[in-house]
Design a protein. Structure first.
Length: 401
């Protein structure tokens, strides 16, 4: 049994924008690899029976890029020491590491010392996200913005230099791969490896009846589901507004909204639109309950328009909806278009359009056969492209060399 050490700048609690990492870990474990997963400190490690041969270490320090300059260097050193210690202790033969800046620093520093084969896994554009954050933040002087711009350029130059060091570079996202290819001017070969959905956990054979019972939903209720962050920029208000028109014609429709963040603005909006009886706000649920919750729904919606650098990134939540065989309505952007083919395995929504969302949901409510057909094709798409077969083909070559 070969041993792999995975170092990822993600929460150790599964379900927090990290399902691709845990899906990859379980895929390798099923193929007789022992996986030691090094994650951030800010998460609870929950016991999961499907995590056999996967060992999780929540030890990495959390850094905000804007605090990185003034943060004591001791935090960086601690990460390097922790990662080095776990690699040695686990007797890992191969290291798979994310391209996030704090992990990249540690891996590049350790590469010559540990002398292991290193596969870099590009899944985030954290520097670009920080740049966007600084551009949007008010109350910053011109001098501060200029200093931040210099700092970001230095980070990007370091990343260009550092990403050339690992033995192989993979990307879970075609958009990120394209972006990095331009960033590195073709000097680094980046191979596409599709993200992995654990189809033993997410599949159309899950029975959602129990979840419906717990939520006091009737068999004839038609449930529309949104799961994810509740921040205003996610534009869940569009979904609530569209639903206010739908429920007038289809009183058996129900809207379920669940996720992290403040929901006060959405609760207020639902109350203003007299939707109290029809909208169910869920508290953040353990990840183990998410498959049943998706199975309990009929239509899944992701109205997040994504713009700028975020448009490149695909949605892991949409993949999970599709894996459970649900018809998905997703905002039209480059990331979502990697997954959803309009009219084939889901529907694409004109961003920020209440009218378009209302029409698409109504069409699916009225046409059950279309809803089931799109859901079936969504499952087939995941099974063929994102269940791990394609990913392991790409990864195996790097692991056995």
């Amino acid at each position: 049994m070969k041993t792999i050490c995975g170092i990822f700048y993600v929460s150790a609690e599964e379900g927090r924008a990290n399902s691709d990492v845990f899906g990859l870990a379980r895929l390798l474990a099923k193929r007789d690899y022992q996986v030691h997963l090094v994650c951030l400190k800010n998460g609870m490690v929950r016991k999961n029976g499907s995590n056999k041969n996967v060992y999780i270490y929540p030890v990495l320090n959390v850094f905000s890029l804007h605090r990185f300059i003034i943060k004591p260097l001791i935090g960086v050193i601690e990460n390097i020491v922790m990662i080095g210690r776990i690699i040695v202790k686990s007797k890992a033969e191969i290291v798979i590491a994310s391209s996030d800046f704090p992990v990249l620093i540690a891996v590049v520093f350790l590469q010559k010392i540990i002398k292991k084969r290193i596969v870099l896994y590009c899944r985030e554009l954290s520097i670009e996200k920080y740049l966007r954050y600084t551009q949007k933040t008010s109350g910053i002087s011109k001098l501060e913005r200029k200093l931040m711009s210099v700092y970001i350029n230095l980070l990007r130059r370091f990343r260009i230099w550092a990403i050339k060091k690992p033995n192989y570079v993979l990307s879970m996202d075609l958009g990120i791969r394209e972006y990095f290819f331009k960033e590195f001017r073709g000097e680094v070969e980046i191979e596409y490896m599709p993200p992995v959905v654990d189809v033993d956990v997410f599949n159309p054979f899950i029975n959602g009846r129990k979840a419906r019972g717990k939520l006091n939903l009737h068999d004839d209720d038609l449930v529309i589901l949104y799961l994810g962050a509740l921040a205003p920029y996610r534009r869940i208000d569009i979904l609530v507004k569209a639903f206010s028109y739908i429920v007038k014609e289809h009183p058996n429709a129900r809207l379920m909204i669940g996720g992290m963040g403040k929901k006060d603005h959405l609760v207020r909006l639902a109350k203003q639109l007299n939707l109290d009886k029809y909208v169910l706000f869920l508290s953040w649920l353990p990840y183990a309950q998410i498959p049943e919750l998706i199975a309990a729904s009929d239509i899944c919606v992701d109205p997040y328009p994504r713009s700028g650098i975020e448009e490149f990134q695909l949605s892991l939540k949409i993949l999970e909806y599709m894996a459970v065989g649900k018809c998905v309505i997703a905002a039209r952007n480059r990331g979502n278009m990697q997954l959803v083919q309009d009219g084939f395995n889901g529907m694409l929504l004109t961003p920020d359009s209440v009218e378009d969302l209302k029409c698409k949901i109504t069409q699916l409510i009225v046409d059950k056969k279309l809803r089931e057909k799109l859901g079936k094709m969504a499952w087939i798409t995941v099974k063929e492209k994102y269940s791990g077969k394609e990913s392991f083909k790409v990864l195996e070559e790097k692991l056995v060399k």
